[in-house]
Design a protein around this ligand. Structure first.
Ligand code: SF4
Length: 497
């Protein structure tokens, strides 16, 4: 088992697309609708407790990706699975819809699969190399459609997908979902009380009876499911499909009110500590704003003490609580921004160029603060920066982004010692060094970044890549694992040995 497989996935992002509409092609608005393709099919896992660095030139779509994951922008396409909570806690409408439409979705999946297989057969018969490459490109969309439909049904049903009676499967899944949601609601409605210094939940007799009744119904539901599963357990895909059943939440499908309920778990630290704080609010009010907005913290006892504790954790003196943002330096303001985010006890924080606007000496203080908080609360970060040195220092793994796609992803040490994508190689070669003994010649990346409205066909980097050839101009390379844990999207990747 690889190092990655042993880790717990917190976010599973698949084919995330974020397109922003811009003006139409023709002057009279009759042409096709154009889009800025800020993120163009990003697939990446983020593991619990890690810092994933995201690096790339300005305008490559890094910040958009961070905000799309947090659903601050409604994502255009793709799935963003979040495992910090579960569907029974959130009770989202989309799950009920998917279960209700299970028989129909399964049929759509079977149709998409047969379309995919038909296309594959057609491709095998094409002899002209260029035509073949074009057909392979068009196959990718069909494959993607089939894959999304597959995930929608397999995540709900697991190996039950092998059972032929779809109506019965749908009925049992709906029953399982409703019972679990009701059970979770009752358990969550009980407020913990402190007994012997520990928070404990005391249930009323009514609640105990209701929970026992629901658990009994769940047992019966499980027995019915097991009976159906028994009829398909000899299928070679049984084990693999069983493992796919999950209770993660697809953030992309949540409604605004549902997303607001888990917003406390997914936070953002902004780049600009000057403009991200309301100048009319004191530090105490800024930190308590999020707490007052969220039902979990709204009626919290000793809120003032809690805010002071968070301020202390973030290196802010207690007497700052009544001061306004303009009375602080850049580094202190960023500490206030961090305190505002961590006060909500998040699982995951997007740090969007969180130190880029600060002096170098202050940068290291803020980075160390972020690392301390991560250690203390087992936080997970997506750390966005264009600064490769900062990324190297803070990240466990690094993803390199170019024009809306991740082109390389690896552990930090591996990526810096073995860059496999020509773009990563060029970025690393452009870092100036202060080491006079090992001074290297700085290599400038030639050419401009192409327009994200009409990105180049094939590999988007081919207009600037010194290794580009015919295949690069026509076929989009896929992000593939070339060394353990090291993914690269390039037809002629470097440093494989
Ligand atoms: S696929 Fe071709 S153009 Fe793209 S990075 Fe690799 S060698 Fe360069």
């Amino acid at each position: 088992m690889s190092k990655q497989e042993q880790k717990e996935i917190l976010l599973k992002i698949e084919d995330l697309k974020q397109y922003f509409p811009v003006g139409k092609k023709s002057f009279f608005g009759k042409g096709e609708q154009l889009y800025v393709r800020a993120n163009d099919g990003v697939t990446v896992n983020i593991y619990k407790g890690e810092t994933l660095g995201l690096v790339g030139e300005s305008g490559c779509g890094k910040s958009t990706l961070g905000r799309s994951i947090l659903q601050l922008y409604e994502q255009t396409d793709g799935r963003t699975m979040y495992y910090g909570t579960n569907i029974y806690e959130v009770n989202p409408k989309y799950v009920k819809e998917n279960i209700k439409n299970y028989p129909e979705n399964k049929k759509k999946f079977i149709a998409a699969e047969s379309e995919k297989n038909k296309k594959i057969d057609e491709i095998e018969k094409i002899s002209d190399e260029t035509e073949k490459l074009k057909a392979i490109e068009s196959l990718k969309d069909v494959e993607k459609k089939a894959r999304h439909l597959f995930y929608d049904i397999i995540e709900l049903a697991g190996a039950m997908v092998l059972v032929k009676d779809d109506e019965k499967v749908s009925k049992l899944l709906m029953e399982e979902f409703n019972l679990n949601c009701e059970l979770t609601k009752i358990k969550n409605s009980v407020k913990p009380v402190i007994a012997n210094g520990e928070p404990t939940k005391e249930l009323s007799a009514d609640q105990i009876n209701k929970i026992a009744e629901l658990e009994k119904k769940l047992e019966r539901n499980k027995a019915d499911m097991d009976q159906l599963l028994g009829t398909v357990k000899d299928n070679p895909n049984f084990e693999a499909y069983s493992a796919e059943k999950g209770i993660g939440v697809n953030l992309a499908n949540l409604e605004d009110t549902e997303m607001r309920e888990i917003r406390d778990q997914l936070q953002l630290i902004f780049q600009d500590p000057y403009s991200s704080l309301n100048p009319r609010l004191t530090v105490g009010q800024i930190i308590s704003e999020g707490l007052n907005a969220h039902p979990k913290f709204k009626n919290m006892e000793n809120k003032q003490d809690y805010i002071l504790k968070i301020m202390e954790d973030c290196g802010l003196a207690p007497y700052f609580i009544h001061r306004y943002p303009h009375q602080f330096s850049g580094g202190q303001r960023q500490r206030i921004g961090i305190a505002r985010s961590v006060a909500l006890q998040p699982e995951f924080i997007v740090c969007d160029e969180a130190v880029s606007a600060l002096d170098v000496s202050i940068q290291s203080q803020i980075i160390n603060l972020l690392l301390d908080l991560k250690e203390k609360d087992n936080l997970t970060y997506l750390f966005i920066s264009h600064d490769l040195s900062v990324i190297k220092y803070i990240s466990d793994r690094v993803a390199v982004m170019y024009l809306g796609n991740i082109v390389e992803l690896a552990d930090t040490g591996e990526l810096y010692s073995h860059p496999m994508h020509p773009y990563t190689e060029a970025l690393l070669a452009a870092i100036p060094t202060t080491d006079s003994d090992n001074r290297k010649e700085i290599q400038i990346l030639e050419g401009d970044i192409p327009s994200p409205i009409r990105p180049p066909k094939g590999c988007k980097f081919h207009t600037r890549c010194k290794y580009a050839d015919e295949i690069c101009n026509t076929v989009t390379p896929v992000l593939e694992e070339k060394r353990p844990g090291h993914f690269v999207a390039c037809h002629h990747h470097l440093n494989e040995e």
